[in-house]
Design a binder for this molecule. Structure first.
Ligand code: FES
Length: 116
C-alpha cells in the first residue's frame, strides 16, 4: 500500500549531502532517524511537537507542496518560533510526511540547539 520509495537528498548539519530512499507515508523525522542522518539531539521529543529539534528547511516550491498533505498546525508554528536559524520555508520534520509528489526534493537540516 505504501507504494514505491522516493529519492530524497538531505543536507546534514555538516553540510554533506546524504541520498536516501524514503517511504511515502513516513515522516521526515522517521526517515532521518531510520537512516541515521542525524542522531545527536535530533527529534528528541519523538515527534510530539514539543521540542523543535527536528527543524528542517525546504525549497520554497517544496514547502508549498508539503502544506497540501500536512497543513500548518498552531503547535508547529509555536514550536518553530523557538528553533534556531528558522526561515520562511522551515517546518518540523515530525509534522511533514513523504508523498510521491516529493520525489527528488532536497531537505536541509540546519544547526540546532546544543543538546549536550
Ligand atoms: Fe520534537 Fe518534532 S520531534 S517537535
Amino acid at each position: 500500500f505504501f507504494g514505491k520509495k522516493i529519492n530524497v537528498t538531505f543536507i546534514d548539519r555538516r553540510g554533506e549531502n546524504v541520498e536516501v530512499k524514503a517511504r511515502p507515508g513516513d515522516s521526515i523525522l522517521d526517515t532521518v532517524i531510520d537512516n541515521e542522518i542525524e542522531t545527536e539531539g535530533y527529534g528528541i521529543c519523538g515527534g510530539g511537537i514539543a521540542c523543535s529539534t527536528c527543524h528542517i528547511i525546504l525549497e520554497d516550491t517544496v514547502f508549498d507542496k508539503t502544506l497540501v498533505e500536512d497543513p500548518w498546525g498552531e503547535e508547529e508554528c509555536d514550536m518553530l518560533d523557538n528553533a534556531p536559524n528558522v526561515t520562511d520555508f522551515s517546518r518540523l520534520g515530525c509534522c511533514v510526511h513523504f508523498t510521491k509528489e516529493l520525489e527528488g526534493i532536497t531537505i536541509t537540516i540546519p544547526e540546532g540547539q546544543d543538546m549536550r
